[in-house]
Design a protein around this ligand. Sequence first.
Ligand code: HEC
Length: 303
Amino acid sequence: MKRFIDNRNKTLPWLLGLLLPFLPAIATAQETAPVSGSGMSAVEQYIVWGLMGLEVLLLLVVVILLVVIKMMSNVLFPTSEVSPSGELVEPTKPWYQRMLTKVNDAVPVEREAEVMTTHEYDGIYELDNNLPPWWTAMFYATIAFAVVYLLYFHVFSLGSLQEEEYEQEMAQAKIEVDTYLATAGNSVDETNVTFISDIGRLDEAQKMFAQKCSACHGMAGEGGVGPNLTDTYWIHGGDVKDIFRIIKNGVPEKGMIPWKSQLSPVQMQDLSSYIITLEGTDPPNAKEPQGEPYERDEELALN
Ligand code: HEC
């Protein structure tokens, strides 16, 4: 008993020591703790969770080693001792040892002969122990789980199956992308707009152009009431920022409408980029050049 009391005094430092491996993970998690819920990239999350998992594993190994050491030191599993008067003293078994015996249901080594079968392999005899109760309990639990699972997912269709879950997640992701584009898009203006080469967005822009701009600039951008957008001549400059500015603010006195109240910044960015891709397409009935030639210095590659 004395030994138990001694050991209890050491429990706190031991517990603190076991927490040590978690400190870096806890610190990392706090540093990168996302404010909006998506601050960590997927890779970072994998790394953090991977490290956490590894540390839990290490902790387990430490605990197992501790248990083994304690078992060897005869504190966890006391065996009979000889008292000073020479009698054999059976120790009262601690609760966990009694529980272990119960869940394993193995016949103790001393009574092995009772369950020994005649099956012999190289001098090793097979024992006919009962199946360990912990194992059979788990077996029955899986059967019960299977029934519940079957009813839940396949009979009453209460939960969504993999494919459905995938669809839901994709839909959710699309909503997130859209809200991102909507908020990030609002910060696009004539000072920071860049050329985009996304084919999907350029296709959308082409449709928009046919709907809203072709009346004055022609279906292919060849020009009409408005100037030709397919040549290298520009009245107001041919940089993507210049084009964006004209689409946004227009040139009302010359008949070019400001579009900022009808189109979102992202739509105007798409249109500006689309117009740049028209350069050099040389459509039929092209209107004569207006303005100054513009030298495009960067290669605009379409992906
Ligand atoms: C009602 C006719 C009309 C419509 C519709 C129109 N534009 Fe224009 N646009 C013009 C005119 C006219 C000009 C020339 C302005 C000037 O001379 O300064 C022009 C100029 C431009 C320019 C500058 C060209 C240069 O050489 O600098 C761009 C870019 C442009 N428009 C894009 C668009 C886009 C994109 C749309 C559709 C969203 C559109 N326009 C719709 C009439 C129109």
